[in-house]
Design a protein around this ligand. Structure first.
Ligand code: SF4
Length: 215
């Protein structure tokens, strides 16, 4: 089986170590963003080394497909800090203000909402631009990077099924190696935060960002 020899335990330990070494007991936003960028680069390098051309060809996910960007996304606080730091460099003040208002609005709507209800009401991620591209693609959450569908049509049908009350829906084919790798990375970051005595709880993306941009 492909990837059978990949050492997920060592991978998770390395992610945890990067957070423990990099975060100290906290640090400023730039430092936290740099630590997260290092973790993401490490994850991307692992994917680069493991995924072959055939697997990549099968993956339909990529910039411009926003089909699944209507579910709640969980982030850890260094991820939210990295996104905020990116917004400061990638957008002008007016654009940031507009986005912050959209994030506040979405956060207010989706508070206490589970995925099924959010899908039913079709409340998209505020980070999508008008053409359906993710405006924070270089710093998008680990959870978003874990999604690797092979067929956007199947994603739409699965979401429609959930919206219609069928929680099982149509099974989705995805690259389980990438999914598990990203989930392992998320766990590794959380463990590193816990070791440093920092907040290791995941928060819903818009709630976390609204809180951070307000503060
Ligand atoms: S952060 Fe980007 S990829 Fe993730 S749900 Fe939002 S728009 Fe989609």
């Amino acid at each position: 089986m492909p990837h059978d020899s990949f050492d997920f335990t060592a991978f998770e330990s390395e992610v945890t170590g990067r957070i423990v070494r990099g975060m100290g007991t906290g640090g400023d936003a730039q430092k936290i963003a740099a630590v997260m960028a290092g973790v993401v680069a490490f994850v991307e390098a692992a994917l680069e080394g493991e995924l072959d051309g055939a697997e990549r060809t099968l993956m339909a996910c990529g910039p411009g497909c926003a089909t699944c960007c209507v579910v709640n996304v969980t982030v850890l606080f260094p991820e939210a800090v990295a996104i905020a730091a990116y917004l400061r460099t990638a957008m002008d003040a007016e654009e940031r203000e507009e986005l912050a208002a959209a994030i506040e609005g979405t956060a207010g709507m989706v508070r206490w909402m589970d995925d099924a209800e959010r899908i039913r009401r079709h409340i998209p991620c505020p980070f999508l631009d008008r053409s359906g591209r993710c405006r924070i693609h270089p710093v998008r959450p680990l959870t978003c990077r874990a999604v690797t569908s092979t067929n956007p049509g199947a994603c739409r049908r699965a979401l429609d099924a959930v919206a219609g009350g069928d929680d099982e829906g149509e099974p989705l084919l995805m690259n389980l190696f990438q999914k598990f790798l990203l989930e392992t990375a998320f766990r590794g970051v959380a463990k590193g935060l816990a070791r440093r005595g920092l907040d290791d709880r995941g928060g819903e993306l818009t709630q976390s960002m609204a809180e951070l941009l307000r503060g």
